[in-house]
Write a protein that binds this ligand. Structure first.
Ligand SMILES: *Cc1c(COP(=O)(O)O)cnc(C)c1O
Length: 844
């Protein structure tokens, strides 16, 4: 049949359960197991077949069944209770944000958050991994906190991909075309009642985007989709797949997200005073926002100041290769007409994103999305303490002359949305010991201490139930895979012997990027076999994870694990599951005893899966990288390896594998199997409690979003208000001032001298003086300073102007040690976000 359109007709719900439809379209249910149960108990088969999608479940379930539950008092009682909670949540006025972030409310205010991917739930496969989960969780906590917040992203109708293993354990990718009308999204409507659309010009063609809305609790997500009849066949595919295709498709998608996203906000009359770029993918949002200001009469420099003043950039990659950068000829093809639209030159625009690349043994300039994002924001952060430090090193070259620790990139350590990942059994235990409003105070450390009051037997029983559920889930998944691949009846029957609930179970699931070293465990197979097959203290492993479709080394890792799992000594004790998604993730983090992570330090920017495991009483056993370097307290899990970096990767792998085996043999397995007089395992459960109590608050997404609000959103809101006040006078002055400084800077000069005896007593002073040629820049616009470094300590002491370009100061040397002393100058202005904003600095 030649389909000219599709229409979804939702069933007419009986009045008693009428609001099941409304609830289905609010992802509130995705972190509320009792709400999910309302749909699951309509028809468990349908619920499971369609990725736990409430909208689809309502579409598929029979009218008879709906009539039946509408007359069932037990069902109706659950329905009323869930809807009462839902209404209380949606209508709450006294939220954290109302109490603490009122400045972000009101007309023209709020946060606009842009991300290429979002993971909210398995039925919306528009994510590939950690970045998406982080973005999805960020939205959920923004809703929980009552923050005025709108998210912008893409509706990839073929998603990322469904992962299947063939008979040899090689990853196959399947792309299923989603029928968007069966998902919990709705077409965005204009006031006129028409569907909202925007367009973006790419390579001379006007690409039309349809806007879909997704309601996540109290906040709204706008999702863009190019699959409309007005677009050509090829253009309709632009938003088909996440991270599919080549560099060109990537830049096309970035243009749609950044430019189309801002236009979508405007079409929907959403305003914002703070814009958050989640990763460099979103950086083109700045182009459109500058264009708007230029069209309203501002000059390019002023507009750039105004736009950047309201923007935060979060970087996630710790390696240069992870940052998209385009050759200038490719950039020209896509940004060719933008300099004119922005009232600037190609040179001036590209300079804002310039990064030299060594491509084919030749240094060439490129247009770097991350550099552009850094230049188009006035605040930037990494996603853990160590990643902040690594990022400052990575981008130090943009701030010539600044010491690495001075590079203006901070950090907010990632968190995860507790309720999305918490097992029902644990929620019920927490309900018993925590205050009634615990789900609203997740970041409250002291509150969590009450978890220590949960008796051993209850804690152990809850974990055991979760583990049995997880093992059932694993067996069902493997059975399906074997049947699909035509395995023998005997092999299929063997599945019932996969994994035992009595055995210490360790989980490992993540994207199969090679730096995550999924096969490190197999470095010494004989030793591993001895650990797994120890008759007194056996151990078993569950693996899962997707490799990017183009990542053959990653796929080879999957195959190696699969093949190892088929060897006689490992059969039934090592399993690798297909299609790591949020559903698999939930089962694993809830059901395993220990969560393992062994990335090559310091490449794991943060990692979040281990947090979800600890929320559920599965302690971490991980390399001291990313979040775990901050989370490990000596009692809530175990480290792998030392806190150091290696030049020789092979040596690093050996050392980490050795540490891994030894800790398993000497610490984890003995503790797990120890029994006290009551037949309980108190020592183990203490570790479980410690992981629950320490990780839940500190790595809650709620703590993370509060950090973003306090550290970045509120200051940026204040800054942009200041810059935008009085007809942009500040932005104009600042923009003009910067241009003047940049023009004069090559001509400034600085000479310095210090009277330094070979050694001095503590408390003595040394005099440092300098001669400055300001090249016409006013004294008041220059900061001339001495910089003292003693070990890790860096001190800055301003020199006083004596007139005629002469500067001097006397510096006390208080502590003993070896000091290095230097003199430098940098331009200074009250309205800079920080002194390194211009990246101009001159040392004597
Ligand atoms: C949490 C999660 C991730 C990210 O976990 P990492 O620790 O960063 O590897 C990836 N995929 C899914 C499905 C997740 O739930």
């Amino acid at each position: 049949m030649n389909v000219i359109g599709k229409v979804t007709v939702l069933p007419r719900l009986p009045a008693a359960i009428r609001r099941l439809e409304e609830l289905a379209y609010n992802l509130y249910w995705s972190w509320t197991p009792k709400a999910q149960d309302l749909y699951a108990s309509l028809d468990a088969g349908i619920w499971n077949r369609f990725q736990h999608n409430p909208v689809r479940t309502l579409l598929e379930v029979s009218a008879d069944r709906l009539a039946e539950v509408a007359a069932d008092p037990e069902y109706l009682a659950r329905y009323e209770a869930v809807l009462a909670d839902f209404d209380a949540y949606m209508n709450k006025k006294d939220t954290w944000a109302a109490r603490n972030a009122g400045a972000l409310g009101g007309p023209g205010k709020g946060v606009a958050y842009f991300s290429m991917e979002y993971a909210y739930h398995e039925c919306l496969p528009i994510y590939s991994g950690g970045l998406g989960v982080l973005a999805g969780d960020h939205c959920k906590s923004a809703s929980d906190l009552g923050l005025p917040f709108t998210a912008v992203g893409m509706l990839f109708r073929q998603g990322y991909f469904t992962q299947l293993f063939n008979k040899d354990g090689w990853q196959q990718e399947r792309y299923d075309e989603l029928d968007l009308t069966t998902l919990p999204v709705r077409p965005a409507k204009l006031d006129s009642g028409d569907d909202a659309r925007v367009s973006v010009r790419i390579m001379g063609r006007e690409i039309i985007l349809r806007i879909w809305t997704l309601q996540v609790g109290r906040i709204r997500v706008l999702l863009l989709d190019s699959n409309v009849p007005e677009n050509s066949e090829d253009d309709r595919k632009m938003t088909a797949r996440l991270y599919g295709g080549n560099q060109e498709l990537r830049i096309q998608q970035y243009l749609l997200l950044g430019i189309g996203g801002v236009r979508a906000l405007r079409a929907m009359k959403v305003d914002a005073s703070v814009y958050h770029m989640n990763e460099g993918h979103a950086a083109f949002m700045a182009l459109e926002r500058i264009r708007e200001q230029v069209a309203a009469g501002m000059d390019f420099r002023t507009a750039t100041e105004a736009v950047a003043s309201a923007t935060l950039f979060t970087t996630h990659t710790p390696v240069p290769a992870g940052n998209d950068a385009y050759a200038y000829d490719l950039t020209d093809r896509y940004l060719g007409d933008w300099p004119t639209q922005l009232g600037t030159s190609r040179n001036e625009l590209y300079e804002l994103a310039r990064q030299e690349q060594n491509w084919d043994n030749q240094w060439v300039p490129s247009f770097s999305m991350s550099v552009f994002a850094l230049r188009m924001s006035r605040a930037a952060n990494g996603v853990s303490e160590l990643h902040g430090e690594v990022s400052r090193g990575l981008w130090n070259f943009l701030y010539q002359g600044a010491e690495p620790e001075e590079v203006p990139i901070g950090h907010v350590t990632n968190g995860a949305h507790n309720l999305t990942f918490l097992a029902q059994q644990y929620r019920e235990l927490f309900d018993r010991v925590l205050p009634a409003d615990w789900t609203e105070r997740l970041e409250d450390r002291a509150m969590w201490d009450a978890v220590r009051d949960i008796p051993d037997a209850d804690l152990a029983a809850a974990k055991r139930e979760q583990k049995v559920e997880m093992i059932d889930f694993v067996r069902a998944s493997v059975r399906q895979q074997l049947e699909r691949n035509g395995a023998s009846a005997a092999d299929v029957a063997d599945v019932d012997g996969l994994l035992s609930p009595d055995v210490l179970t360790i989980g490992f699931a993540r994207r199969f990027a090679t730096y995550k070293r999924a096969t490190l465990l197999f470095r010494d197979k004989a030793r591993l076999s001895a650990i797994l097959n120890n008759p007194d203290r056996p151990v078993q492993f569950v693996f899962a994870g997707k490799a990017h479709p183009a990542d053959n080394p990653g796929k080879a890792f999957i195959q190696e694990i699969y093949r190892t799992s088929q060897e006689p000594e490992f059969k039934g004790k090592i399993v690798i599951l297909e299609n790591y998604d949020m559903n698999v993730a939930r089962h694993l983090v809830q059901g395993v005893d220990v969560w393992m992570n062994n990335p090559r330090r310091p490449l794991e920017a943060s990692g979040t899966s281990g947090m979800k495991a600890s929320f559920n009483g599965s302690p971490n056993f991980s390399v001291l990288d990313g979040w775990w370097r901050e989370g490990y307290d000596g009692k809530n899990g175990w480290p792998i390896g030392d806190e150091r970096e290696y030049a020789d990767l092979n040596l690093q792998d050996d050392a980490d594998a050795f540490s891994l085996y030894r800790t398993l043999e000497d610490s984890i397995a003995p503790l797990y199997y120890a029994q006290d007089a009551e037949g309980q395992n108190h020592g183990w459960l203490e570790t479980v409690r410690q992981s629950v109590v320490t990780v839940n608050p500190e790595f809650s997404m709620q703590r993370q979003v509060i950090d973003y609000i306090q550290k970045y959103y509120l200051p940026l809101d204040a800054r942009s208000a200041h810059v935008n006040a009085e007809q942009e006078a500040v932005a104009r002055t600042l923009g003009g001032w910067k241009a003047w400084i940049r023009q004069q800077w090559p001509f400034v000069g600085l000479q310095a001298s210090a009277q330094l005896p070979a050694s001095v007593e503590p408390g003595e002073h040394v005099t440092v003086s300098a001669q400055v040629n300001g090249a016409g820049i006013a004294d008041s616009d220059l900061r001339v300073e001495a910089v003292l470094k003693r070990g890790e300590h860096l001190t800055r002491v301003p020199l006083q102007s004596l007139g005629q370009g002469r500067y001097e100061t006397s510096i006390p040397l208080d502590a003993s040690g070896l000091y290095s002393i230097g003199v430098r100058m940098l331009p200074t202005h009250a309205d800079l976000s920080n002194e390194f904003e211009l990246g101009l600095l001159k040392w004597a």
